[in-house]
Design a protein around this ligand. Structure first.
Ligand SMILES: *Cc1c(COP(=O)(O)O)cnc(C)c1O
Length: 458
């Protein structure tokens, strides 16, 4: 029997109270932080949709696993359990534990990339891009054309443009150390990549003799979309889809703060013996001994358990549904969103939503502040404040391509009524949109300015 109500497929064993604040208090907090939501204390936020990274809830089995944690420096039992789960899931020969995704990226960039290299991808995540650019290589995004159109609801907007990929593999072959596919495509709105696209990337990498790597932070969410949208996979178990995806590539980097169901953790994995040895040599310098990386034994055990739980189809259905539900609500209030709703987040298209605020007055930031002021919900601007280039000598900023506001859902943390509450906040946002004003920056650092910039409403 099929029910209309998709329930949270868990019950709550331990709770943390949420602060309920007044509009006056919220205005005071935001003013104190110079209108930057990153400055807010978590006790001032009622529903925190800033990120899905490391913010999820662990299961009782994960907490039990924490008690099994073995803190032996070398060869701990926790490491063996972690290794067995990861090698069964991914099939890679060498599994290297790190403290989080960017630690894996840093090692990867150091051992495989040199000045002048080009790394083609569907879209690089910001820290991945930053690590490649740090060694003076080019992080090249080759997103498919459906992915570039925010408002069109195609099923696999995370795919890479295969013609462009083949062209660059042919023309710049000797500059390319590997091809990196991000699943799901975080930068492009949490959109999935089809298995067909991954298979074609593998084929091209074979033809041009290149290594194929995955940035597989959301491997389970990607597999869920594949099971829903790719005919060939509709009767395949989620676990089997994830296993097949990993086996198409030659290695991966993963932040386990996402689909690892962990609060911290990462993986770097290869089939290649020589690369693995180089990676382990660096690992010892910056992370730790190869059987714990940057992690405690108890973390490895919690992650091993989380990696077993994440491919549960009931959980993935509830997760995808929470976000698409919020998306349907937003659309019904006339709020334009990136379509279809992503796997881990909903993205509001602020450029279309508040066209009276120009890019250099940060429309996405204005929307994010208003969402906080209305209901204490924290979101994040991903637009000109985050990615634009600061104008010099009083000139306006060079704008980012899109002005988005991301509502990212922590895993297994909020329930249907929390999402209904957020929907109500969005309804009020839509009613007030004409009154929204732009912002100006009064102080900003040189890099990653959105984290600490001070602003003021115009
Ligand atoms: C989060 C993320 C990373 C970086 O991982 P951290 O654990 O935050 O260092 C890399 N790639 C993608 C796609 C991510 O979402």
């Amino acid at each position: 029997m099929k029910f209309k109500t998709i329930i949270e497929p868990f019950k709550i064993k331990s709770v943390e109270s949420l602060p309920i604040t007044t509009p006056e208090e919220r205005e005071g907090y935001l003013k104190r932080e110079h209108w930057n939501v990153f400055g807010l204390k978590s006790q001032e936020v009622t529903v925190d949709l800033l990120t899905d990274s490391g913010t999820g809830s662990m299961s009782s089995e994960q907490w039990a696993a924490i008690m099994r944690g073995d803190e032996s420096y070398a060869g701990s039992h926790s490491w063996q359990r972690f290794h067995d789960v990861v090698s069964d899931l991914t099939g890679y020969k060498h599994i290297i534990p790190t403290h989080q995704g960017r630690a894996s990226e840093k090692i990867l960039a150091t051992i495989t990339v040199k000045e002048g290299d080009i790394i083609p991808s569907n879209s690089h995540f910001d820290t991945t891009r930053a690590n490649f650019e740090f060694v003076k290589a080019e992080a090249l995004d080759l997103l498919c054309k459906e992915g570039l159109d925010l408002l069109s609801p195609s099923p696999f907007k995370g795919n890479i443009d295969l013609d462009k990929l083949e062209k660059i593999l042919k023309e710049k072959n000797e500059k390319i150390p590997f091809v990196l596919m991000t699943i799901t495509n975080n930068t492009g709105g949490g959109q999935p990549v089809s298995m067909e696209n991954l298979k074609k990337v593998k084929e091209l990498c074979g033809k041009y003799n290149k290594m194929f790597l995955l940035d597989a932070c959301r491997f389970a969410e990607n597999a869920w979309f594949v099971s829903q949208r790719e005919d060939e996979y509709k009767d395949v178990e989620i676990r089997d889809i994830t296993k097949e995806a990993f086996r198409l590539a030659d290695g991966c980097t993963i932040s386990l703060k996402k689909d690892g169901f962990g609060n911290i953790g990462g993986i770097l994995a290869f089939n290649d013996d020589d690369l693995a040895e180089q990676a382990r040599n660096l690992l010892i310098l910056t992370e730790g001994f190869p059987t714990y990386g940057g992690l405690a034994g108890r973390d490895l055990d919690a992650l091993a358990q989380g990696l077993k739980e994440i491919t549960d189809k009931n959980y993935l259905e509830y997760r995808a549904r929470s976000i698409s539900y919020l998306g349907e609500k937003a659309l019904s209030f006339g709020i334009p969103i990136v379509q279809p709703a992503g796997g881990h987040a909903l993205y509001i298209d602020a450029k279309t939503f508040v066209p009276h605020i120009p890019s250099h007055e940060y429309p996405g930031h204005s929307v994010a502040c208003e969402i906080y002021l209305i209901g204490g919900v924290r979101t994040v601007e991903l637009g000109t404040l985050a990615f634009g280039v600061a104008g010099e000598n009083g000139k306006p900023d060079e704008p980012s391509t899109h002005e988005l506001v991301r509502l990212a859902a922590p895993r297994r943390t909020y329930t249907q009524s929390h999402f209904d509450y957020v929907a109500e906040v969005l309804e009020k946002l839509a009613e007030n949109k004409e009154k929204l004003k732009g912002y100006e920056i009064i102080e900003q650092p040189k890099q990653l300015r959105h984290f600490t910039a001070k602003l003021r409403p115009l």
